[in-house]
Design a protein around this ligand. Structure first.
Ligand SMILES: C[S@@+](CC[C@H](N)C(=O)[O-])C[C@H]1O[C@@H](n2cnc3c(N)ncnc32)[C@H](O)[C@@H]1O
Length: 380
């Protein structure tokens, strides 16, 4: 077993949640902007890919060093032990980014890193010609930030938000990683009711169901590092067996998704079917203003339209007012609404208990949190 520096990348604002998940997998970690770093073996790579709900990707850090010149970038990259990661037939494209660094030409940095890796491997594999690159994929990234180059290999392949259940979507679907983050921020427990009144393609209810039954989000997909020779298939089998053992398919759930648009309800149902929750999540066509329930101590999480498009604003604001009126009757429920509309509290008719800044892609939003009454303590 090797020991690797692992990076779980995180969208802006989700770093603390990713760190919490990493720690609950049993790994101590450090948190920086956009990433969480920890040490682990091949099992840690497999488990991180399978389990992290809010991370974007899992990468291996091959090296990190200061680089002010192309020569420095070349020599220091060549000094890294590439042969420990890349077999002779590896396919190894190099991508890059550069922020606030002297080496700002990303295409040049990529070409130099590629050349340095080739030089290193040529010597190790005793070759005089180029590599055919017909084998498994090892996508290398050179990321420069303030003249520090971090060189990584991606272990995930497709981003971790691709869970494998979304077969169709609406106009503004939420990324699965952000949907899971929203659910986790509510501290919802599987034995209380859950409603998403703007369910669209069903992302939030489906992520809630996976959390409620402790289903690993990556259980139904593949990862690029499954094709790597130095991570034995038995590691992946063991990680998948662990996930299967920890899943609690018998946990009853009371999760509802509703949407004004019947076409979205159909798409949400199809996606939930694909995710294995066809009979578990209830979907219905309904306007938010018509939501009422006699159930208590539940959680509502909603990602409504923000009204950013010309012409939509008035209708959306009117809808926020009606939502506030409908939800004012649910005083035991905790309500979480994510929107970029800065006048939300006024329209909704109540100041939030707490606000949390979140980015939905590039849109800056707030998660307006209205905490409900707590259930009375049970006496013995
Ligand atoms: C931003 S999308 C939600 C996307 C969803 N989270 C997903 O991942 O697909 C907003 C949804 O709110 C729905 N909607 C708009 N006005 C509504 C209303 N008055 N009541 C209920 N749903 C409404 C839209 O049909 C749309 O599907």
């Amino acid at each position: 077993m090797g020991n690797y520096q692992i990076i779980a990348t995180a969208a802006m604002g989700l770093e603390a949640l990713v760190a919490k998940e990493v720690r609950s997998l049993g790994y101590d970690c450090e948190v920086e902007n956009g990433k969480v770093t920890y040490t682990g073996d091949e099992t840690a790579i497999a488990r991180s890919n399978l389990w992290l709900r809010t991370a974007d990707r899992i990468k291996i850090k091959v090296g990190e060093f200061k680089a002010f010149t192309f020569d420095e970038l070349f020599e220091k990259t060549k000094a890294l032990p590439w042969e420990e990661f890349l077999p002779e037939d590896a396919e190894f494209p190099v991508i890059g980014k550069s922020v606030k660094s002297k080496l700002f030409s990303v295409s040049d940095c990529q070409a130099i890193v590629k050349k340095a890796v080739v030089e290193r491997l040529k010597k190790h594999y005793k070759r005089s010609t180029w590599f055919e690159e017909t084998g498994a994929l090892y996508r290398i990234e050179v990321a420069l930030l303030k003249d520090v180059a971090t060189i990584t290999i991606d272990t995930s392949g497709q981003g971790l938000h691709k869970r494998g259940y979304r077969i169709d979507q609406g106009e503004a679907p939420l990324k699965e990683t952000l949907a899971a983050a929203l659910v986790m921020l509510t501290n919802w427990k599987a034995d209380s009711p859950f409603i998403d009144p703007f369910c669209g393609s069903g992302t939030i209810p489906i992520e809630a169901a996976m959390i409620g039954q402790n289903i690993a989000p990556g259980f139904n997909r593949e990862f690029v590092s499954e094709g790597w020779k130095w991570i034995s298939p038995t590691i992946w089998d063991a990680a998948r067996n662990e996930a299967e053992d920890l899943a609690n398919y018998d946990q009853p759930l009371d999760i509802t998704g509703s949407d004004i648009d019947h076409r979205m309800v159909k798409i949400a149902q199809e996606n939930a079917f694909e995710a294995g929750f066809a009979d578990i999540i209830q979907f219905k066509q309904m306007q938010v203003r018509d939501i009422s329930t006699s159930k208590e101590y539940g959680v509502i999480v909603g990602n409504p339209p923000y009204g950013e498009r010309l012409g939509d604003k008035k209708a959306v604001e009117q809808m926020y007012k009606e939502m506030g009126q409908a939800f004012s009757k649910l005083d035991t429920w905790s309500i979480y609404i994510m929107t970029s509309n800065e006048g939300f509290e006024q329209l909704y008719g109540k100041p939030a208990t707490k606000k949390r800044k979140l980015f939905n892609g590039f849109i800056r939003t707030d998660l307006y949190q209205y905490w409900g009454k707590r259930p009375p303590r049970q006496s013995n």
